[in-house]
Design a protein around this ligand. Structure first.
Ligand code: NAP
Length: 243
């Protein structure tokens, strides 16, 4: 296992918090990022033990914040082995009623935030001649979805960004992969009407909704030695939903 820090964005709850739990159990040193400082701090305190886990509150949709956090994490841990760009939001609405403000929100946070953190960490990983970038996309970025044009575009953009970064940084020993989760039970999916949830469940061959740990396990694999020859891929973690 690599001793360099792993940065996990969107770690205050949901999938990001489960990724943090999985990686702390595996012994990785972690830097947790999200806007909710209190939630982040209490998770860092809960996980801090054999591995060092620290909180870096901040808004990922700001390049200067990304640069500052990456620099502080590098100064603190000495090296950064992994970046997990997990923070994300939805701002659903029918396309014909979508305002430019509603269009921009998922683009600013999901796509631009992923770019900002990746851009800030890339020189460090290239100098180290090793690093793993793992971007959380979505099956919606592969299939598109009515009512989610903005979110779908942000998540498809993440897949294209990931492939491009993998091609540019591969020669320096840095891999970049995307994970496309299906329906994972978190705050993001909690508000869906019962009818929609039942319809979705019927489309999942494994007949259950995913859990944060289903995604977290794949993140752990992509950080492992066994995954060192995997790059530019999108791993779909959806119980077979879009197959
Ligand atoms: P969630 O429970 O709503 O959590 C989202 C996380 O992102 C929170 O920690 C939130 O923290 C953080 N975040 C949002 N905006 C941020 C910002 N501007 N700066 C920093 N942090 C920010 O969502 P989730 O279900 O765990 O989703 C995690 C990722 O998986 C997202 O990228 C999502 O698109 C993707 N995904 C989820 C599903 C699903 O079914 N749940 C399916 C496919 C893909 P703060 O609010 O504290 O900032």
């Amino acid at each position: 296992m690599n001793n360099g820090a792993i940065i996990v964005t969107g770690a205050s709850r949901g999938i990001g918090a489960d990724i943090a739990r999985e990686l702390a159990e595996a012994g990785y040193n972690l830097a947790l990022v999200a806007r909710s400082a209190d939630a982040l701090q209490s998770l860092a305190e809960e996980l801090n033990g054999d591995s060092v886990v620290k909180a870096w509150p901040g808004d990922i949709a700001d390049f200067e914040t990304a640069e500052r956090i990456i620099k502080e994490v590098h100064d603190e841990f000495g090296s950064i082995f992994g970046l997990v760009n997990n923070a994300g939001v939805t701002q659903d609405g029918l396309f014909m009623r979508m305002s430019p403000e509603n269009w921009k929100k998922p683009i600013d946070i999901n796509l631009n935030g992923t770019f900002y953190f990746t851009r800030a960490v890339a020189p460090i990983m290239m100098r180290q001649r090793e690093g793993r970038i793992i971007n959380i996309s979505s099956v919606i970025g592969v299939t598109g979805n009515a009512g989610q044009a903005n979110y779908a575009a942000s998540k498809a953009g993440i897949i294209a960004l990931t492939k491009s970064v993998a091609k540019e940084l591969g020669g320096r020993g840095v891999t970049a992969n995307a994970i496309a989760p299906g329906f994972i039970a978190t705050d993001m999916t909690e508000d869906l009407p019962e009818k929609v949830r039942t319809e979705m469940l019927n489309q999942i061959p494994l007949k259950r909704f995913g859990e944060g740990r289903d995604v977290a396990g794949v993140v752990k694999f992509l950080l492992s030695k066994e995954a060192s020859y995997i790059t530019a891929q999108t791993l779909v973690v959806d119980g077979g939903m879009i197959a």
